[in-house]
Ligand binder design. Structure first.
Ligand code: ATP
Ligand code: MG
Length: 658
């Protein structure tokens, strides 16, 4: 392959150069954040090409779509070779490609279709109901969504269902003995319908490599070089696939065990620790120089890892290649609002005084709800921002559901709001919702009563399916309670009441990440507190939405980046704000209760190592009422564990700017 000449010596340091030009054989590149792991992998591809390896002989794997794009893009910049000419992408996308071509070797017809998450859940629901018609009727049993998550985690970790439940979903222990039968019924249905779900793309790929020797041999023959970035986040299935593919032993795994942050999806950083055992003769390369961050930011990052328990990780100490600058700042704000105001002022100063581009500013948080006040402050000030991952706060499903419920209670003529909320009830579709509404309006007119007061009368109830009437009754009762609060209390009380009532129960059954969503709803209570009148509260939400929603993701746009730490993996910015660094926010309350905060510590490490030049770490002293964690907050234990000489406290000057 003709590629432009590259001066590997000049563009890499000695450690990187050694890894890039290593003899064929298993390679493990183990290095801290920002040390050029992705760069090393990219140059290794270029090096192989320069030695006569063909693009078609190289398999490039990584974890997220974003990372895959970035990796292939960097290879193209360096070599001029277009991404399509490699087999490169995420594990799932390449599994799909393999199964399309060779799936029939394990009895998978070529024309299989892939179910999305909703379709998978609904097929699982059918399968379970076929086994036990009443299973989902029992409110204490998991809904299809959470049940799907349990089965999925067991598959990705290749663990028996019983173990998965005991370890990760103790709330289902009593019912867990029934799960294996459900899993089988679900698998049978998929096979009958010639469909696969997302996890099958990995499972069947592995099966193909185990059970179809001719295909396995073909793969082995074709892909003489297998390279994997972000290896620390592979789960058991993915690691086994890599092991099988690496028949020539020319496999390069690149990763940082201190950045393993996906164990909730089955990632297991033991994979990286045991890689040398599974690939005898592995040459381990360490890179200890960091090119990304200032020495002060790096010292702080090293300080974060100091408090890690010993023995569970490879020791690493990063050295900075860059010159000295200021220490990271730690900022204590009164509450979320002051934290947001501080960030806004600081961003303005950065742009005006230091000429920083908005694109180079990132605000990172552990969970979405922590960023609500920041979104509000930026919107009000007209500072453009992008939420790189996820959806803006007021556009999230459950926030919109709850706002629709409040709008309907406030204004019974709002049929848009009615339609949105009514179809959440079991057995009520769009048509049904219209019929019920019409019946209620008629009845209200006839009896001269309020719409809410007639919803649960016989006339209207008769339009609701018999076996859905329990839900209906609790729905109606909840609406009345909310209405009561709207009349006699403040908007925030009405919101809190709505969450405690029917909608809260609905949410619990609907989503496995129920607790995260509940936190977000509670943040809405906090937002409502600034209003005296329901009218103003609801109007403000609509206004904020219309202002922000058309500013959707244009990757080139000048805009501040808001993102969860998970989605910022592998990326870098000049200025990074990490917000919500209070105990209960980061680390989150649930990990504190579970007694294991190590994954969250690694997450914090990932967060601080995204910064090139400036790092601000902030926390509110008082939680907004309704928010998680109670009233008074303490600084994150991760902050307290870092030696105090590694950062500088920054005082917010009140009322005169800071
Ligand atoms: P992460 O752990 O966050 O994924 P990484 O180890 O993959 O980080 P890279 O993203 O490859 O690190 O590199 C970090 C930054 O340092 C990039 O901007 C990269 O271009 C730069 N860099 C790495 N090595 C060198 C080098 N030898 N000379 C100059 N710049 C370098
Ligand atoms: Mg990287």
């Amino acid at each position: 392959e003709q590629i432009p000449p590259i001066d590997f010596r000049a563009q890499l340091n000695d450690e990187q150069f050694a890894a890039v030009t290593a003899e064929p054989g298993p390679l493990l590149v183990l290095a801290g954040a920002g040390s050029g792991k992705t760069r090393t992998l990219t140059y290794r591809v270029a090096y192989l090409l320069s030695r006569g390896v063909k693009p078609g002989e190289i398999l490039l794997l990584t974890f997220t779509n974003k990372a895959a794009k970035e990796m292939l893009h960097r290879v193209q910049d360096l070599t001029g070779i277009e991404p399509q000419r490699f087999w490169g992408g995420t594990f799932h996308s390449l599994g799909h490609r393999a199964l399309r071509i060779y799936g029939d070797a394990i009895g998978l017809p070529k024309n299989f279709t892939i179910l999305d998450a909703d379709e998978s859940e609904s097929l699982l629901k059918q399968a379970v109901e076929h086994e036990d018609k009443l299973f989902f009727k029992d409110k204490t049993n998991p809904r299809p969504g959470p049940l799907f998550d349990v089965l999925s985690l067991a598959r990705n970790t290749q663990q028996p269902l019983a173990d998965t439940v005991a370890k990760n979903f103790p709330q289902y222990t009593e019912i867990a003995h029934r799960f294996p039968a459900f899993a089988t019924a679900y698998a049978t249905r998929k096979r009958e319908q010639n469909v696969v779900d997302y996890d099958d793309l990995l499972e069947f790929w592995l099966e193909l490599l185990i059970k179809a020797p001719e295909v396995a041999q073909y793969f082995a023959h074709r892909f003489r070089h297998v390279l994997v970035d972000e290896y620390q986040d592979t789960n058991t299935l993915q690691a086994q696939i890599v092991d099988r593919l690496a028949a020539h032993h020319c496999v390069m795994a690149v990763g940082d065990d201190a950045q393993c942050i996906y164990s909730w999806r089955g990632a297991n950083f033991e994979n990286i620790m045991t890689f040398p055992d599974r690939h005898p003769g592995t040459a381990i390369h360490r890179i200890e120089t960091n090119y990304r961050s200032t020495p002060e930011i790096l010292n702080f990052a090293n300080g974060v890892l100091l408090a890690q328990p010993k023995g569970r990780h490879f020791d690493k100490e990063l050295r900075a290649a860059r010159g000295h600058a200021q220490k990271p700042f730690v900022v204590q704000a009164m509450d979320d609002r002051e934290q947001a105001e501080f960030i806004l002022k600081r961003i303005r100063a950065l742009v005006e005084d230091e000429g920083v581009s908005l694109n180079e500013v990132a605000i990172l948080y552990r969970s979405h709800f922590l960023a609500l006040e920041v979104q509000l402050a930026l919107s009000r000030a007209g500072v453009p921002y992008q939420i790189t991952s996820g959806v803006k706060f007021f556009e999230r499903q459950h926030i919109r559901d709850l706002v629709a419920l409040l709008r309907f209670v406030y204004n019974g003529a709002d049929t848009q709001a009615w339609q949105r909320i009514a179809v959440l009830l079991p057995k009520i579709g769009e048509k049904g919702a219209q019929k019920i509404y019409a019946a209620a309006v008629d009845h209200a007119r006839l009896t001269q009563k309020n719409l809410l007061d007639v919803l649960n009368t016989d006339d209207v109830r008769s339009k609701v399916a018999k076996d859905a009437r329990d839900d209906w009754a609790s729905f109606c009762a909840s609406l009345s309670e909310v209405a009561e609060k709207m009349q006699h209390a403040r908007p925030a009380d009405a919101v809190a009441t709505a969450i405690e009532g029917w909608y809260g129960d609905y949410l619990k059954g609907q989503y496995a990440d129920y607790l995260d969503r509940l936190d977000e709803l509670k943040a809405l209570v906090g937002f409502a507190q600034r209003f005296e009148e329901t009218q103003d509260f609801l109007a403000q939400i609509v206004l904020l939405n219309s202002e922000t929603s058309d500013r959707h993701v244009d990757p080139e746009a000048e805009a501040v980046r808001l993102t969860t730490v998970h989605q910022a993996k592998g990326l870098e910015y000049d200025v990074v704000f990490v917000i919500g660094l209070a105990d209960g926010q980061f680390p989150g309350r649930r990990s504190i209760e579970s007694g294991d905060v190590e994954e969250e510590r690694r997450l914090f490490y990932v967060a601080v190592t995204r910064a090139r030049n400036e790092l601000y770490l902030s926390y509110p002293k008082v939680a907004t009422r309704g928010g998680p964690g109670g009233m008074l907050l303490t600084p994150s234990r991760f902050l307290l564990e870092v030696p105090t000489d590694l950062y500088e406290p920054l005082r917010i000057k009140r009322s005169y700017g800071w």
